[in-house]
Design a protein around this ligand. Structure first.
Ligand code: HEC
Length: 296
């Protein structure tokens, strides 16, 4: 096998292993990175949702409270949860957030749409058990596919919440008319009643990580190909072509063409070899001459 082939095979093996290993490591890191980015987005969204809730509670509710008590139709705009969900729905018109899903998963909800399923109920119970847990995230399998979720505890932090969530008697009549008197009551002050959960399809996280991984691996392959090309060029220029020339001269000398000389070369190892061959050839010529003189 030629030196060139051997070196190329060796490099190809090393590069392939290098690309596979860096591909695996980088796609894992990039996935973590994509997950962190989504988590950061979700954290901001939840904070904004809480601000919307507070705004409704502090500004809108007092403004409409008197009408709430007398008007027959319930004014949903007075409800913090309502404004948060509406604002989030509006946000989903933005392509960046269209796959995000927001739920105030509640154990005993006023609107049954918000009822925590068994998975979400477990999250609420975890928050209840350990008051120091401020965030839970992970992956969850749905029939439509896997989702990344991030959840935060939601507590009854203000007395004003209990106006509508303590007993049916205390709640506005119009609320009872719209939502009934069975759900969303008996909540206590400072009790964690729900988990605010944001869901994002895992495929979205994976695909953005995958895209970055492909770009990185593509760049690595190009860099490796350039290195391999340069190594071959260098190998040919500095070693292989010169050795081939020397081999040709040696071939000629060995068949008696004593006049051909090993080319004078640069001052590297091959140059030294050529110089040594030339000296050897000279010694050989002298030895031959002496031999010739002795035979006559
Ligand atoms: C004016 C009455 C009213 C007030 C005040 C009120 N809520 Fe509600 N709340 C409701 C109604 C009605 C719903 C159902 C809204 C819907 O259909 O989306 C609701 C929904 C919720 C939900 C979603 C789960 C569910 O029950 O459907 C949570 C969580 C919640 N409220 C918490 C609170 C907290 C915390 C406060 C105090 C900051 C508060 N609410 C103040 C009436 C009220």
């Amino acid at each position: 096998m030629k030196i060139e082939t051997k070196i190329n095979i060796l490099f190809a093996i090393v590069f392939t292993i290098g690309i596979i290993v860096s591909g695996i490591v980088s796609s894992k890191l990039l996935q973590e990175n994509a997950q962190q980015q989504v988590t950061a987005k979700a954290q901001i969204l939840i904070q904004v949702m809480n601000s919307v809730r507070n705004y409704t509670n502090k500004r809108i509710n007092p403004l409409l409270e008197s009408r709430l008590q007398i008007e027959p139709a319930f004014i949903a705009e007075t409800v913090p949860a309502f404004s948060a969900i509406q604002v989030f729905e509006d946000l989903r018109n933005n392509p960046t957030y269209k796959d995000f899903f927001y739920k105030e998963a509640t154990l005993n909800p006023t609107n049954l749409r918000d009822k925590a399923d068994s998975f979400e109920a477990e999250l609420v119970n975890k928050f209840r058990k350990n008051k120091n847990t401020k965030e839970i995230s992970g992956y969850r399998q749905f029939p439509e596919g896997e989702n990344f979720f991030i959840a935060y505890p939601l507590a009854v932090t203000q007395q004003s919440c209990l106006q509508c969530h303590s007993t049916p008697e205390a709640a506005p009549k119009s609320q009872i008319a719209s939502y009934g008197s069975f759900n969303g009551f008996s909540w206590k002050l400072n009790e964690i009643i729900a988990a605010q959960v944001i869901y994002i399809p895992a495929s979205q996280i994976l695909s953005s990580a995958q895209r970055s991984a492909y770009v990185l691996i593509g760049a690595l392959i190009i860099i490796f190909a350039i290195i391999l090309f340069l190594i071959n060029l260098l190998l040919r220029r500095t070693i292989i072509q010169r050795i081939k020339k020397m081999a040709k001269v040696a071939e000629k000398v060995s068949t008696g063409e004593i006049n051909s000389d090993f080319e004078k070369q640069s001052n590297d190892e091959i140059g030294a070899l050529a110089a040594a061959f030339n000296r050897m050839k000279k010694s050989l010529e002298i030895a031959l001459k002496i031999l010739e003189q002795q035979t006559y």
